[in-house]
Design a protein around this ligand. Sequence first.
Ligand code: NAD
Length: 411
Amino acid sequence: MSGKAIAESQFGRAADLIGLESYMRRILTSPFREVQVEVPVRMDDGRIEVFTGYRIQHNGARGPCKGGIRYHPDADHDEVLGLATIMTWKTALMDLPFGGAKGGVTVDPRKLSRLELERLTRRFTQRIAIVLGPYRDIPAPDVNTNAQVMAWILDEYSSRQGYSPAVVTGKPVSLGGSLGRDEATGRGVMYVMMEYARDFGIPLKRSRVVIQGFGNVGGHLARLLTAEAEAAVIAVSDVHGGIVNPQGLDIPGLLAHAAQRRPVSEWPGGTAISNDDLWSITCDWLVPAALGGVITREKNAKSLDCKVVVEGANGPTTPTADRILEERGIPVIPDFLANAGGVTVSYYEWAQNLQQYRWTHQKVNDELRATITTAYAAVRDLARQKGVALRTAATAIALQRVAEAERLRGN
Ligand code: NAD
C-alpha cells in the first residue's frame, strides 16, 4: 500500500468521528501545492545525470509547512504525498504552529560520492527554493539525509536570500542547530511510553522492550530507556539481523559496537537472531523503529507476542494489521504521536533561530516532555470518551485543529 493510500485510509474513520463536512474533507485530503523538478547533476566522471525531485506542501493553514527531505530509490510522488499528509496531522497534534510538507529525490545515495551528493543537494535546493523559506516551508532531515545535507541547503538558500538559519532544521549545532535535536525522536518515544505505562499499569522499570532498528530513533530510545527508565531492552535489530538477551542487553556496549559500523548480531553480549525471529519474541513493548510496512496481516500481526506496539518508525503498521491488532486487544501508539519528538524539537530549533538565542539541553527536554505529554493526554482522553483506537483519536484531534484553522481563514 502506498503512503498516500495509508494516509487516506486513516482519514475516513477520524473524519466520520468528528462529522467533518464534505468540502473540508476535500481540502484536507488534497495537497495545497506540489512541486516536481528535474535535477541535473554533474557526476564525478563528467557525465550529467538527471534526478527527479519533489516538494509537496500538504497544508499550511496553521503555519509554514514543515517536513523532511528523503533521498531514496523508492521516493515517488505518492510516498512523498502520504508523508506530507502525515506531517500535517503530526504538527497539528503537537499543536505546533506549522503545516505539513515532505520532499524527496528518487536516488540511491549509496551510489553517489560525497561531492555528487553535495551537488545534487545544491541543485535540488535551487530548483525548489522558490517555495522554501523560514515563513513558507522549512525542510529537515529524513531517510538518508542528515545534518550535513541540511548545512548545504542552508548555505545554498542563504547565498541568494541572505543568512537564513531558520530555513532548515536538524542542522549541525555549530550552524544554529538545537541541542537535543539528535536524540529528540527517541526521547519523545520514551516520554510517551512513560505516560502510557502509568495510565495502563505496565511499569517501564524492568519491563521487556524489543526494538526493530538501531539507528537514530532505535539507538537513542534503547539508550534512554535503560539509562532513564530502568527498562530491559531485550532485543534489537538492524538491517543485517538482530540480537537477543532475556536479561537485558548492555546498550552502551552495543552502541559502541554499532558505532564501528558492525552489525548488532555480531555483538558477543547476546544470541544472534534473524530479522524475522524478532517478531516472535515475548515482550511488553514492541517498538518498530526502522521502516514502514513491517507489521502486516500476512507476516506477523496475528502472532506478535507483546502488550503494546509503539510506532517509532513512520507507518510501520499496515491498516489491515492495525485492525487485527485491535481485535487481538493489542493497542498501537501511532507514529505521529509516538515519534513526534523530532519535529517538536525542530520547532524549538526554528524558534531559537528566529530569537537568535540558544536554549539549554535541559530546557529543550523539559519543553519536549510538556508538549508530547499534553498531546498524549488529549489522545488518551478522546480514545476513552469515544471508545476508539488511539490512532483514530489522534487523527481526529489533528483534523479538528487543521479544519478550524481553515475555517478561521475563511475556507
Ligand atoms: P536510521 O537510518 O538512523 O536507522 C534505521 C535503522 O533501521 C538502522 O539501524 C538500520 O540498520 C535498520 N534497518 C533498516 N532496514 C531494516 C530491516 N529490514 N530490518 C531491521 N532493521 C532495519 O533511521 P531513523 O532516523 O532511526 O528512522 C527510523 C524510522 O523512524 C523511519 O521510519 C523514519 O521515517 C522514522 N522517523 C525518524 C525520525 C528522526 O528524527 N530520525 C523522526 C520521525 C520518524
